[in-house]
Design a protein around this ligand. Structure first.
Ligand SMILES: NC(=O)c1ccc[n+]([C@@H]2O[C@H](COP(=O)([O-])OP(=O)(O)OC[C@H]3O[C@@H](n4cnc5c(N)ncnc54)[C@H](O)[C@@H]3O)[C@@H](O)[C@H]2O)c1
Length: 257
């Protein structure tokens, strides 16, 4: 963790991160704990979630995150989990809709059931999490919702239409909700990562050196994007320093798009 900025406005704020057990989400959890926020994270991967909690617990100058097991495809369970988080930690001030699944699929093989599943894992829970935290943020007099998009559809990546369609829709959802919630001083933005060197990407899409080289060549900056670079933008968008930023998308991709 190389982040150095401290945002005083994040101290003691309740921050909810979906998909926080691994990948970019795990870095988000660590980054917000380093700001002494009250962090809740949702996931289904119990072992990585516990390992992350143990690791952060050993760190100095950090709050300790709270793990909530919930399958985000089950909206009733998500709503109950968000109610539980508010009861345990207080009203949610920052929601980071991060969890997604970019499993590859051939458009020729997609069934109605598989399409619905792709939308359920990549898009549907973003809306229902935002809906569930809305009254809590309203009660607080404001809040920040950060929806994770992807540069994949800008860059015309194929092989995952359920994912790319969801990621494009998230930007539309962001702008619509920013208008609906703006009167309550709730800000809604999309954070668009480029190709980020997470363990899952390094095992799958970026497993061989030539794939990684291709990514680097497509960027303006000759350096890989790492999760810390994404967390840096998320911290800013969550903090009061971005108080007049809403309804926008913020791209952190080393200059691919
Ligand atoms: N890594 C990249 O290169 C990249 C590029 C563009 C966009 N993004 C976006 O950034 C975000 C994070 O990506 P990542 O690479 O860290 O992903 P990841 O696959 O490494 O991690 C996703 C996390 O979400 C959790 N999750 C998935 N489905 C869930 C469910 N149904 N219920 C509960 N938890 C669930 C997983 O268990 C995992 O911990 C995603 O929105 C992704 O689309 C990532």
């Amino acid at each position: 963790m190389h982040l150095t900025n401290i945002y005083p406005s994040l101290k003691d704020k309740v921050v909810l991160i979906t998909g926080g057990a691994s990948g970019i989400g795990a870095n988000l959890v660590e980054a917000f704990c380093a700001q002494h926020a009250k962090v809740a994270f949702i996931d289904v991967m119990d072992v990585p979630a516990q390992k992350l909690t143990d690791y952060i617990e050993r760190k100095e100058d950090s709050s300790i995150p709270n793990y909530y097991r919930c399958d985000l495809m089950d909206i009733a369970s998500l709503q109950a989990t968000i109610a539980q988080i508010a009861e345990d930690l207080g009203p949610v001030h920052v929601l980071i809709n991060n969890a997604a699944n970019d499993d590859r699929h051939d458009f020729k093989e997609v069934t109605v059931e598989y399409w619905d599943e792709r939308i359920a894992v990549n898009l549907r829970h973003y809306f229902f999490a935002a809906q569930a935290v809305y009254p809590q943020m309203k009660e607080l007099g404001g809040g920040s919702i950060i929806n994770f998009g992807s540069m994949s559809w800008y860059a015309t990546h194929g092989g995952m239409p359920g994912y790319t369609s969801s990621k494009a829709a998230i930007e539309g959802m962001t702008r619509g909700l920013a208008r609906d919630m703006g009167a309550d001083r709730i800000r809604v933005n999309t954070l668009v990562p480029g190709w980020v060197m997470t363990p899952r990407q390094l095992q799958n899409s970026l497993a061989d050196e030539s794939a990684r080289e291709k990514v680097r060549d497509s960027q303006c900056l000759n350096e890989f994007v790492i999760p810390e670079n994404i967390s840096a933008m998320a911290l800013f968008l969550a903090s009061d320093d971005s108080r007049m930023c809403t309804s926008q998308h913020f791209i952190v991709d080393g200059g691919i798009i």
